[in-house]
Design a protein around this ligand. Structure first.
Ligand code: SF4
Ligand code: SF4
Length: 230
């Protein structure tokens, strides 16, 4: 029991030392020299380059740092194409386009032909009979008086049958089409509104100068050339 203890490294035998007599002062050969440390990639001296470091921000699509690409340029209009950028550009429709139906109420005789032929039953006509005295005749004459004429354009399928069958030229097509409504009930056009569309009806096409004269023209000419008529 001396006062200075001996170090353990010197007193303890080397681990793995065999009892065959190998000296504890000669360690087993190490493959690599202990003076050359292994190169560790994650050593603190060489920091890894992190893509998301604050010095190099990631390019996020739509980030404020990068302006968004503008809208694609409009392709040039194709010559002869019917497509137009409505309402920025008003389309050039043929004059006989079926936009809306106009009514010339003075010509309507309340014959009901158009209302009966309409496949959608969207023409509403009301009228009454009036007795009209005929000068020089003993019997008065009766005639129909129009009270109401309306077309529901929310049901109309623009077939044109009503315009075709009217025997008194009271209905006409107008190319006007800008009458869309937020309320579907507003598409029921009454007589006044149907009459306002008359101003947008194009004039009829000119007669073919080489065509046959109409029956009315022939009758009028015969009557004018009849003897005794001045
Ligand atoms: S165009 Fe056809 S569907 Fe429309 S009101 Fe005339 S007949 Fe009826
Ligand atoms: S067919 Fe012509 S005349 Fe007869 S009710 Fe209709 S619009 Fe009037």
């Amino acid at each position: 029991m001396s006062g200075v203890p001996e170090p353990e490294s010197a007193a303890a035998p080397a681990a793995g030392a065999s009892a065959a007599g190998s000296s504890p002062a000669e360690p087993p050969p190490v493959p690599g020299p202990p003076t050359e440390p292994l190169s560790v990639p994650s050593s603190p001296a060489e920091p890894l380059s992190v893509p998301s470091s604050p010095a190099e921000p990631l390019s996020v699509p739509g980030s404020p740092a990068q302006p968004l690409p503008g809208p694609p340029a409009e392709p040039p209009p194709v010559p002869g194409s019917p497509t137009a950028s409505y309402p920025d550009a008003t389309p050039e429709l043929p004059p006989r386009s079926r936009g809306v139906i106009a009514l010339l109420a003075e010509n309507c005789t309340v014959c009901m032909l158009c209302a009966r032929e309409c496949p959608d039953w969207c023409i509403y006509i009301e009228g009454h009979k009036e007795t009209v005295p005929v000068p020089g005749s003993g019997r008065p004459r009766q005639r129909n008086v129009l009270d109401r004429f309306a077309i529901d354009f929310s049901l109309c399928m623009y077939c044109g049958i009503c315009v075709e069958v009217c025997p008194f030229d009271a209905l006409f097509w107008s190319p006007q089409f800008e009458y869309a409504e937020y309320d579907i009930r507003e598409l029921l056009h009454e007589q006044d509104r149907l009459g306002q569309w008359l101003a947008t009806v194009p004039p009829p096409p000119a007669h073919d100068p080489n065509g046959e004269p109409s029956r009315e023209e022939v009758t009028a000419r015969r009557a004018a050339t009849r003897p005794g008529i001045r």
